[in-house]
Design a protein around this ligand. Structure first.
Ligand code: GDP
Ligand code: MG
Length: 154
């Protein structure tokens, strides 16, 4: 279990409005990932700009920041073996048209700008810890034993 890591995931405002919070959480729980942080909030603009700073030069940046601050979101931290890669596979390609059926975006989204969920990018080294640090204080992440860990991991 040496490659256990934490990763940042967030239900976006479109999914919140559509009542998909539980669905997203259930998918990650069912996979065996461990929930260590979760909250509901409307993201302050300054934090949204920091969250999406890698896209600040892109033409869609302003719309992206407007959208992510437009309604409630559910920032979360999940832990598990290869958690960042596991979650990225589960959410699917950025454009729902390219996202395979069976992925979250492939099952619940149609449009690139309304793609239900954010997750830290495994190809961007350190994105998981950086994004956790942007959205959570250390004391908001809880430490507990995952009771079924011995059945999830060799
Ligand atoms: P992600 O990591 O899969 O969410 O994708 P990116 O980090 O590349 O982009 C962040 C978010 O910006 C995506 O989830 C999309 O909602 C949005 N986005 C990405 N590319 C485009 C684009 O070309 N046009 C528009 N309108 N939105 C985009
Ligand atoms: Mg990204």
């Amino acid at each position: 279990m040496s490659d256990h890591e934490r990763t940042f995931v967030m239900v976006k405002p479109d999914a919140f409005a559509r009542g998909l919070v539980g669905t997203v959480v259930s998918r990650l729980e069912d996979r065996g990932l461990k929930l260590v942080g979760i909250k509901v909030e409307t993201m302050p603009r300054e934090r949204a700009e920091e969250h999406y700073s890698e896209h600040e030069d892109k033409p869609f940046y302003d719309d992206l920041v407007d959208f992510i601050t437009s309604g409630p979101v559910v920032p979360m931290v999940w832990e598990g073996q290869d958690a960042t890669r596991q979650v990225r596979q589960m959410i699917g390609e950025t454009d729902p048209l390219e996202a395979a059926p069976g992925t979250i975006r492939g099952d619940y989204a149609l449009d690139l700008g309304r793609n239900v969920v954010h997750a830290a990018d495994h190809e961007d080294e350190g994105a998981n810890e950086r994004e956790i640090g942007i959205h959570f204080d250390d004391d908001e992440l809880i430490d507990y034993d995952q009771h079924d860990a011995e059945w999830l991991y060799e």
